[in-house]
Write a protein that binds this ligand. Structure first.
Ligand code: GCB
Length: 633
């Protein structure tokens, strides 16, 4: 009973989020039309970058406003052409695509047509047939607009979709950045400006994730929230269905197992489903059947204005619990040790654009490696990626785009309010993913200022209020003595680069410095620790013995020297290790990066460096140990 009460209490908070944005899925009542492919594209190169708005480029076909080029969607635009000024472009770029709308979407009057953008970096404004339908701030989360009223005005002509995207970052955006005008005329031409960023990856821009149109009936399932638990062998699924477009509607919920059998059902829009002989969602390598997902079919029937609507939406649901003690991270009440990777959405040519072959290849590599977990450094990843994590049982630390928050001016009220909004969007998008076990509100914020303590405390508390069912953290590189946010996190997450940024090449300092750091953090806060980053750069093919930095040999030895420390702390308070980084990735041009960051254990083209084999051996051993420990009484 207590368990059910807890579930109710936790659930009330998650309900704060019930204006939803469900991932678009086809069903008997919903259709999808993908708009991926070639779009017309034009960068606004005017000095003010404002010509497009002044001349209202959205009012006619983009090609009528000036020269356009082909641009693939989804993809970053930066590496598509041979033009360095487009690679480094800052300001508004314009995308346009015409689409023929199926006649029955418009004719029957009972259909809602929604335009959805998976993500576009950073600020977007969207017009349909010259009418503005939405705008959105933030590069890594979806946004959508209902467009049927705009379509009905022009039912016979193709529908013209125009999206203007601006990659300019400000001290209040997430991530923050700033524009510097270089006014010394002896050094720079008139109007010269650059964008300063405090994060270590290229600020790729454009429409990064799929754009699509989807339909629902006018009365529709707007959102579903699930919170899961179990007692002995009974799964408990507390759910809420929110309906829009009608005041009364009947809802039927059917919970279906992988074999297609209905295992629980209800005729209420909210309640608790009890699933006997529950098959829990387990992480990869922790169970012979990881990533078990049920299907929750929600069927809605509503009578409105002489017509009757039926909407059907099916949500994959994994039943699992997450808890944190002072020394352990528990999944389904079993100790879980993160042995995994940090990634980036990053690849040759497409930059941060969603790419299925790359995603599937990366999952194959993570499995090959024996990884069981990953962190979405340093921003939310594509929904399609998160669904793969659910299905394959990869455990995810889900990070917000709060990276590079180091300027005093990025800790004010405007930044804070925006950060809270972003956490709201992220939690709303990812709340139902069983793979997500912890929220990370930021990476390496400058956490030593009094205002940063307030800022972090507030964002963490806000996230806990939104979702009390998951632990919340931020990732720090600060010393335990300086960092002011430690009291507020559930798990201490540390990035360490001993023998790399400090004492480069001197691996003999690692056992001393790393274990001191860990012991001090643990003794101060009595919270479990995850080594969320550690890694050394290696240019594939560079060799040296004895090893020196940037060779494959050094990268391998570097990881091993950290592993020796981890092995002494595992089972005490260390609950995970995530290597930096899964693959090499692009950064801005700077003298300390060689065609990007080379700390990948795979190259950017996903070929293994020597360290990948070292890590593979370790991760498979760790997986075996975990298995044995779980089997032993
Ligand atoms: C870090 C950052 C990460 C960098 C990495 C590095 O601490 O979190 O974004 O890429 O170090 O390689 O310097």
């Amino acid at each position: 009973m207590l368990r059910v009460l807890w579930l109710f209490a936790a659930f009330d908070a998650v309900l704060l989020l019930d204006t939803g944005m469900l991932f678009p899925r086809e069903s008997s009542s919903r259709e999808l039309k993908e708009l991926n492919g070639l779009w017309a594209f034009r960068a606004d190169r005017s000095p003010s970058r404002n010509q497009g708005f002044q001349e209202a480029w959205y009012k006619s076909r983009l090609a009528e406003t000036g020269p356009v080029i082909d641009m693939p969607v989804p993809a970053s635009y930066n590496d598509i052409t041979q033009d360095p000024t487009l690679r480094d472009f800052i300001g508004w770029v314009w995308y346009e695509r015409e689409v023929v709308i199926p006649a029955h979407w418009i004719a029957d009057g009972g259909t809602r047509v929604v335009l959805r953008v998976g993500s576009a970096h950073y600020y977007s404004v969207v017009w349909v047939n010259g009418v503005k339908v939405t705008e959105h701030e933030g590069g890594h989360l979806p946004f959508e607009a209902e467009i049927d009223s705009v379509l009905q005005e022009n039912p016979t002509v193709p529908c013209r979709i125009t999206i203007a995207v601006n990659n300019t970052l400000t001290l209040q955006s997430l991530p923050p950045g700033s524009i510097q005008y270089m006014n010394d005329r002896t050094m720079y031409p008139d109007g010269y400006f650059v964008q300063t960023i405090n994060f270590d990856f290229f600020n790729y821009a454009g429409i990064h994730r799929p754009v699509l149109l989807y339909t629902t009936p006018k009365t529709y399932v707007d959102d579903i929230t699930v919170v899961t638990d179990f007692l002995d062998n009974t799964g408990l699924v507390r759910y809420n269905v929110s309906v829009r477009g009608a005041t009364t509607a009947s809802v039927k919920v059917t919970f279906i197992d992988k074999e297609g059998h209905s295992v629980a059902s209800s005729n209420e829009p909210s309640g608790v489903l009890k699933v006997t002989d529950v098959k829990l969602w387990w992480p990869y390598l922790m169970h012979e059947n990881p990533g078990y997902l049920y299907s929750m079919e929600v069927r809605l029937v509503a009578d409105a204005e002489e017509s009757s609507f039926e909407d059907v939406y099916t949500l994959p649901v994994g039943i699992r619990t997450v808890k944190v003690t002072s020394t352990q991270f528990l999944i389904n009440n079993e100790p879980f040790y993160f042995h995994g990777v940090n990634k980036h959405e990053d690849a040759d040519i497409r930059g941060k654009g969603l790419d299925w072959p790359l995603i599937v290849k990366d999952f194959n590599l993570m499995k090959w490696l024996g990884a069981n977990s990953l962190r979405t450094s340093h921003y939310p990843y594509a929904e399609e990626f998160m669904q793969m994590c659910d299905r394959h049982g990869f455990v995810v630390i889900d990070e917000s785009p709060g990276v590079g928050i180091v300027d005093f001016n990025s800790f004010g009220n405007v930044s804070l309010a925006h950060h809270q909004d972003v956490m709201g969007e992220l939690v709303r998008r990812d709340k139902n993913h069983p793979s997500v076990v912890m929220w990370s509100v930021a990476n390496e914020p400058f956490s030593v200022l009094p205002q940063s303590e307030y800022y972090l405390k507030t964002v963490i508390q806000h996230t806990k209020d939104l979702d009390p069912t998951r632990p919340v953290t931020y990732i720090t590189i600060m010393n335990y003595k300086d960092d002011l946010g430690g009291p507020y996190v559930d798990v201490i997450c540390l990035n360490s680069y001993y023998a790399w940024y400090f004492d480069p090449g001197h691996l003999e300092v690692v056992p001393f410095q790393l274990s001191n750091e860990h012991e001090n953090w643990y003794n101060k806060y009595k919270k479990p620790i995850i080594q969320t980053e550690y890694g050394a750069g290696a240019v594939a093919g560079l060799h040296s013995d004895p090893p020196v930095i940037f060779t494959e040999e050094f990268q391998k030895d570097f990881l091993q020297s950290y592993h020796e420390v981890f092995d002494k702390e595992r089972g005490r308070f260390l609950v995970g290790e995530l290597v930096w980084n899964f693959a090499d990735f692009m950064t801005k041009q700077t003298f300390y990066r060689v065609v990007g960051n080379k700390k990948g254990i795979f190259t950017r083209q996903r070929q293994p460096k020597a360290a990948a084999f070292t890590l593979k051996e370790r991760y498979w051993k760790l997986a075996k140990k975990t298995e044995t420990e779980q089997l032993s009484p």
